[in-house]
Design a protein around this ligand. Structure first.
Ligand code: ADP
Ligand code: MG
Ligand code: MG
Length: 892
């Protein structure tokens, strides 16, 4: 026979912490606390299997359930010396829902169940306190009517308010027994009026009503939505806890409260919480009265005049301190506890691992390890890598006042303040004068890269989480709010307006890329703290890690940032980014417009010194760490203007004919540039471009090597290869250039040539390609596009429906598609390594900073991942966790 009901209380329990799946979180921990001998009011848990049964059988219960519940009620009655429904000595219970994962949306707790017109009198006699009994009864009617009978709370609130007004009362505490008695009659009349039948008087009917309401709430709209958002399977079901009541509303020596064993926002080791005297359950959070502090220290810090628990009820406080120590040691984590004090005696009603900010999570993990409660490896496993994002960027001071203008998508974390500008040119001009600006645009395009670099943050009114602005901003580590659709940009008048507020060009604005908020004015910020616990935990992570972590960087700023964050090299330097600004784009355009090779070489000669000096700087910053430089990759049209006005201006500035510029732009226009004239195809058609870049790399390596004394061994990466022949052709030019520079300078550079694997054909032909490549770097952004046949820029319009229908579990551009793209990576890694021992394998692209994708890289044994600078610490931690065997589940 299946066991459906599990009792707990009096120092033992039929369940324990390990039975969370069956008992739900609350039930399992109530059982565990009982087993620990802690003062827990006795009760029982109806298992989640009953919930599953209930929905599999048209909302009917297993036949033996009623027998199990009756037996458990008798057991609880025996432990408390009372009996459920007894007119003289009634047992009152609470009915509490409890799923495996705590789930808002489930039924609220019903307290004081078992009260009726008869048992209320018995309670008054037993407690020798009529006010307490009638106060409990009115609370019960309100809660039960609200959560079980579906009569809205405000009906009862209105009756209470009217009554208080008529009597001249302001506080609930001023009401006496007769007042509550009177209100109970009014409440019952209200129920009769709404339901057409009286409030249920039979305690068993009340109990089954509440149990069914808990199971019913598993399928209410709020719960379904929450499960959907947090990927909680419907099959888990919820448990129901029925527990003997203890009363925090039995006068001045009774109280109820909540406490954390450590401060959940800072992580500081201090008992932190609030309580209320003469109150029940929800009062503390309901905000009817201002709660009091638990410790004297907290009371003094808050400047409160109301006594702390420590001062008001010293015995109960000492007991709480004893229990909190015990619970932390037992659970080996910070606990969030709920308790009630009945006439001086402390009762524990709940404990669970407490929610905490990223900052607190870090401090608590490090402190627990230092206190010897957990190992360093466990500490490393305790911190969610994604949460580090919050710590690496400036954040808005939680104490600062926020005037919200609009809310968009939290596209790239961190907060930034600056003056409003509308174009990349304005942003650059401001940056030159060291003015801080926020670039506000409808959307951004590749031409805005330099403006985005110059700005403190980016705000767009259109586009989603994978829009150009969002992806580029995340790559740069710049705060970005995208798709703030409520905002209207008026370029002509230079204004930004939303919700009746109008801001002008130059006005201060703040964006919070972690929440999506757009705020008026300049707001106080907190700067990231990279020393202390952060440094300690990262150090421990590095000891557990096998995968190396490199960065994607091309600017000195990014490279320096990445080194500060612990990058062990550059895995992807996208040289085209170096061609976008200032004079470079002019020379670049000259090259593109040139009629023949001679013209192209002349333009490239202008680019050479600029490119060389960029590389020297990068090599110097990286001090001998590996640097992978990718040859020019994007289609050339990205460097040309398309608007007639722009074409005119640029042609004039270049001294070129606008007509020629227009024609060339038209010629280069492709219907599918992602699959067009780009990658190594450029180097095949115009080898002189690759030659210039190779020369710049070699000359820079020699120069930087001699300046720093650390030999530079550049890794030159050929993009978008599909055949070995392409690679061989480009490699021959690079090798020839290496020989030429060596001859000119009398110094040989130790370099290697490898390729990006970003086409399925390249992955399949890995054995062949490895014959010529010293390394592979999986360019999983493009490999995802080319494997799935989905363009990242256009995926927004349908990816949502794919996720909603469960066709794709994750956005494949955020988390690597293991089954498809992953299979290709695995296969290419195996084939490549079989063909060339010691073939170096890395992964670059957005996935390099995604914990779930990093776990995959660990599994297939890649050598390194490369990600944007701000994600380097995240990748370090995720790589350590992957090595420690953490099963990475992506959480919502
Ligand atoms: P939630 O999941 O919303 O926290 P709980 O089931 O924990 O709901 O109940 C909320 C509060 O109700 C508890 O913190 C406690 O104060 C009170 N409560 C629940 N059960 C009892 C009980 N048996 N005796 C006294 N108070 C109770
Ligand atoms: Mg609770
Ligand atoms: Mg690519």
């Amino acid at each position: 026979m299946t066991k459906w009901v599990y009792t707990f209380g009096d120092g033992k329990a039929e369940g324990n912490q390990g039975l969370k799946n069956l008992l739900g979180g609350k039930g399992a921990n109530l059982a565990e606390m009982s087993n620990l001998g802690l003062p827990v009011p006795p009760g029982f848990t109806i298992s989640t299997e009953v919930c599953t049964y209930y929905y599999a059988h048209e909302r009917r219960y297993p036949a033996e359930l009623a027998i199990g519940v009756d037996a458990a009620l008798k057991h609880v009655g025996a432990l408390t010396g009372r009996a459920f429904g007894d007119p003289e000595n009634p047992l009152l219970v609470s009915v509490r829902s409890g799923a495996r994962a705590s789930m808002p949306g489930m039924m609220d707790t019903v307290l004081n169940l078992g009260l009726n017109d008869v048992t209320v009198e018995a309670m008054a006699r037993l407690a020798n306190d009529a006010r307490f009994a009638w106060d409990s009864y009115r609370r019960f009617i309100t809660m039960y009517s609200n959560v079980v009978l579906d009569i809205e709370h405000h009906n009862f609130e209105d009756i209470l308010e009217e009554y208080k007004d008529s009597k001249g009362f302001t506080l609930d505490t001023e009401l006496g027994a007769d007042d509550w008695r009177h209100l109970v009659q009014a409440y019952k009349a209200c129920v009769q009026h709404h339901l057409g039948r009286p409030f249920p008087q039979d305690p068993h009917e009340q109990l089954w009503g509440a149990i069914s309401a808990v199971f019913g709430s598993w399928m209410n709209a709020r719960a379904i939505k929450y499960r959907e958002l947090h990927a909680i399977p419907e099959s888990w079901g919820t448990a129901v806890n029925v527990q003997a009541m203890v009363f925090g509303n039995m006068g001045e020596t009774s109280a109820t409260g909540v406490a954390f064993t450590r401060n959940p926002s800072t992580g500081a080791r201090e008992l932190y919480g609030e309580f209320l005297i003469n109150a029940q359950g929800e009062d503390v959070v309901a905000g009817i009265r201002t709660p009091q502090d638990i410790t004297e220290a907290a009371r003094l810090a808050a400047g409160s005049t109301k006594p702390s628990l420590e001062a008001a009820m010293p015995d109960a406080y000492r007991e709480l301190v004893r229990i909190y120590g015990l619970l932390e040691t037992h659970y080996r984590d910070m606990q969030d506890m709920e308790f009630t004090i009945e006439r001086g005696k402390l009762w524990m009603l709940q404990t669970r691992n407490g929610k905490r900010t990223a900052k607190a999570a870090l401090k608590i993990a490090v402190d627990l390890a230092n206190e010897g409660l957990i190992s360093r490896e466990e500490a490393v496993l305790r911190v969610d890598p994604a949460a580090l994002d919050q710590l690496l960027h400036p954040t808005i001071d939680p104490k600062a006042e926020r005037i919200v203008v609009a809310t968009g998508l939290p596209a790239s974390p961190g907060a930034a303040t600056g003056a409003i500008v509308f174009t990349s040119e304005e942003a650059e001009a401001a940056a030159r004068e060291k003015r801080k600006v926020i670039l506000v645009r409808v959307e951004t395009s590749p031409e805005d890269i330099h403006g985005m670099h110059a700005a403190e943050g980016i705000l767009t009114t259109r586009g989603g989480m994978t829009s150009h602005a969002a992806v580029v901003a995340r790559g740069m580590g710049k705060p970005c709010v995208s798709g703030a659709g409520a905002i209207r940009i008026d370029m002509v008048n230079g204004t930004v307006s939303a919700g009746g507020k109008v801001l002008k060009r130059g006005d201060s604005i703040t964006i919070d890329g972690s929440t999506g908020q757009v705020l008026q004015g300049e707001i106080a910020m907190l700067q990231p703290e990279l020393s202390g616990e952060f440094a300690t935990l990262m150090g421990w992570a590095d000891q557990s890690r096998r995968l190396k972590v490199r960065t994607n960087a091309e600017t000195p700023l990014d490279a320096r940032m990445a080194v500060k964050f612990g990058a062990e090299g550059i895995g992807l330097c996208r040289t085209e980014h170096m061609f976008f600004d200032g004079e470079r784009i002019i020379a670049m355009r000259e090259m593109i417009l040139a009629d023949d090779e001679k013209g192209r070489r002349a333009a490239l000669a202008k680019l050479l010194p600029m490119q060389r000096s960029d590389f020297i700087e990068l090599f110097e910053i990286m001090k001998g760490l590996p640097v992978t430089i990718r040859l020019l990759d994007p289609p050339l049209h990205e460097f040309l203007p398309h608007e007639p006005r722009e074409i005119q201006e640029i042609a004039e500035a270049m001294g070129a004919s606008p007509e020629k510029l227009r024609v060339r732009a038209l010629e280069l226009r492709e219907s599918n540039p992602m699959l067009g004239f780009r990658g190594c195809r450029l180097a095949v058609a115009y080898p002189e471009i690759a030659e210039m870049q190779a020369r710049a790399i070699f000359e820079a390596a020699i120069e930087a090597g001699s300046r720093t004394g650390a030999a530079v061994s550049p890794e030159i990466m050929v993009p978008l290869v599909m055949t070995r022949a392409e690679l061989d052709l480009v490699k021959a030019r690079i090798d020839a250039m290496a020989a030429a520079v060596a001859k000119e300078r009398g110094v040989t550079v130790d370099y290697s040539v490898g390729t990006m694997i970003e086409l399925p054909r390249a992955a399949l032909r890995a054995a062949d390609i490895a014959g010529s490549a010293a390394f592979f770097s999986f360019g999983t952004n493009d490999l995802t596009q080319t494997t799935l046949g989905i363009s990242r820029d256009d995926a927004g319009s349908f990816l949502g429906s794919y996720k909603a229908r469960g066709i794709l579990a994750e956005d494949p551009f955020v988390t690597l598609d293991r089954e498809g793209v992953g299979e290709l990576v695995k296969l290419a890694a195996e084939r490549g390594r079989a063909a060339r021992a010691g073939l170096k394998l890395g992964l670059c692209g957005e996935h390099g900073g995604d914990p779930a994708s990093i776990a995959f890289c660990e599994e297939v044994g890649l050598d390194y991942v490369s990600c944007s600078p701000f994600r380097v610490p995240i990748a370090r931690l995720a790589a350590a966790q992957a090595a420690l065997g953490r099963v990475t589940k992506t959480e919502g």
